[in-house]
Design a protein around this ligand. Structure first.
Ligand SMILES: Cc1cc2nc3c(=O)[nH]c(=O)nc-3n(C[C@H](O)[C@H](O)[C@H](O)COP(=O)(O)OP(=O)(O)OC[C@H]3O[C@@H](n4cnc5c(N)ncnc54)[C@H](O)[C@@H]3O)c2cc1C
Length: 421
């Protein structure tokens, strides 16, 4: 319902129409505000298109957990490891990487887990609340989330993360090879152990889902402007619009939700958020002869295998290599090799390949909050591996901030100013 009070009704420009931007737009519209989504290419052009589709409430363990320091050097040397580095990018990456690695300790990991858990724990319900009545709910499915290991010993190597998940309230079933086979017979007999978490969910086509949410924004009177946002224009401290490649988009509030591309824009607002791309890859097996019954984390390859509409998407891998380099070949080859080993005999018509950019902060916690003292410009980016999962909650948090509604979440871990020290 439109807010007819001109004192309190705001015009909010949201830069970026990925899952974070469209979720924010919908919650702001439900508060009666006018919204305009500004995107370089249109909705779902970035990571929100090609992710694994998992509503991974349990994905609270950051990549830079304590084991990373021990395992990363060896992983970078191994051809079959899911961690890649484009060595020519290392000099540029180094300042960010050192700060990122400095958080790979128990204390900082615990802080990140707590902050991530607060925005992820009820993600399926958050998506349901966001998508209900928009037409996008048809892509939303409740499901288990199954971590498939080669052996129990491999699971034990990740015990630290699982203990932290237990502290967050997650419970699971443990499957030996026979129980896994009875649960879902698609997997190779080489997979000897699995963890089944209930109360998860997935999106059967993340790109179409985000586009349908954006269409809903439009049908509710929102605008979508295809343009490159360049800067925010202010007059005597008051925001008057976003300057874009296509001219000024008038507004009184701005939300910066441009994923990994938010870093340089934030700098223009005087905010320095160390942000890097954790490049991720997917392959899709089109018209597969078999599908797993729920989304799977194939732990040996650190990628998810998600049954999507007419295709099986295998998405994951971390590659440090910046925004400009083209996709590397090795991650695609690794995904293909591992999925064909995990589901032997699977047939398909063709393989589609994609690479995208996860926006990663050095503490693996997104930035959600005001960036100026007037509370008229807000940051909503840095959701690394969990942006699809945490998008709707992030949108709600920003809408609460713009409405001056008190949040029941401790907002301090997401503050923009935490990088000032
Ligand atoms: C391989 C892979 C697998 C993943 N799997 C999962 C998963 O299973 N579950 C999960 O929760 N998350 C997953 N993620 C992470 C998730 O996809 C991201 O965290 C999330 O999509 C980030 O959303 P966003 O809206 O912040 O950014 P994006 O979706 O990247 O959107 C940013 C938008 O900003 C626009 N933009 C950029 N610059 C400008 C500008 N100057 N002006 C205007 N517009 C601009 C872009 O065109 C783009 O549309 C995965 C990511 C990858 C890469």
């Amino acid at each position: 319902m439109k807010n007819t009070n001109s004192e309190t009704r705001k015009k909010v420009a949201i830069i970026g129409a990925g899952i974070i931007g469209v979720s924010t737009a919908i919650w702001l519209q439900r508060d009666g505000h006018d919204v305009v989504l500004i995107d370089l290419e249109g909705p779902a052009a970035g990571a929100s298109f090609g992710n694994g589709g998992v509503l991974a409430a349990s994905a609270v363990i950051p990549v830079n957990e304590p084991g990373m320091l021990k395992h990363a050097p060896g992983m970078l040397m191994r051809a079959d490891s899911p961690l890649f580095l484009r060595w020519s990018y290392l000099p540029k990456l180094l300042p960010w990487l050192l700060r990122y690695l400095s958080r790979a300790n128990v204390k900082d990991t615990r802080s990140a887990v707590k902050a991530l858990s607060a925005i992820l724990h009820d993600s399926y319900e958050q998506h349901l609340a966001l998508a209900s009545g928009t037409g996008a709910e048809k892509w939303l499915k409740p499901s288990d989330y199954v971590f498939v290991y080669d052996s129990r010993a491999d699971f034990e190597k990740e015990r630290f993360g699982w203990d932290l998940r237990k502290e967050c309230g997650f419970e699971w079933d443990e499957f030996d090879a026979d129980t896994l086979n009875a649960y879902d017979p698609v997997f190779s007999n080489d997979k000897k152990f699995a963890i089944r978490l209930t109360n998860h969910g997935y999106i059967t086509d993340p790109g179409k889902y985000v586009c349908a949410l954006a269409d809903h924004v439009k049908s509710e009177g929102g605008e979508i402007v295809i343009a490159k946002a360049l800067d925010v224009e202010s007059d005597q401290g008051k925001v008057v619009g976003v300057r874009t490649s296509e001219g000024l988009v008038a507004c009184d509030h701005v939300v910066l939700a441009a994923g990994v591309w938010s870093g340089p824009l934030a700098k223009k607002f005087g905010v320095n958020v160390p942000l890097e791309s954790e490049r991720g890859y997917h392959i899709e097996l089109v018209n597969p002869s078999v599908m797993p019954k729920s989304p799977i984390m194939l732990v040996s390859g650190k990628f998810v295998v998600t049954p999507m509409e007419g295709r099986l998407r295998c998405a994951g891998i971390v590659e440090f290599g910046g925004l400009d380099a083209p996709p590397s070949k090795a991650p695609f080859a690794l995904l293909k090799k591992q999925i064909l080993q995990a589901i032997p005999g699977i047939k398909y018509d063709e393989i589609i390949e994609w690479m995208g950019h996860r926006p990663a902060t050095v503490d693996s916690v997104p930035v959600i909050g005001p960036v100026n003292k007037e509370n008229s410009i807000f940051a909503a980016f840095g959701h690394q591996h969990i942006g699809l999962t945490g998008g709707p909650k992030t949108g709600r948090m920003i809408a609460d901030m713009i409405e001056n509604r008190k949040s029941n979440i401790d907002l301090s871990p997401y503050k923009v100013s935490r990088f000032d020290q």
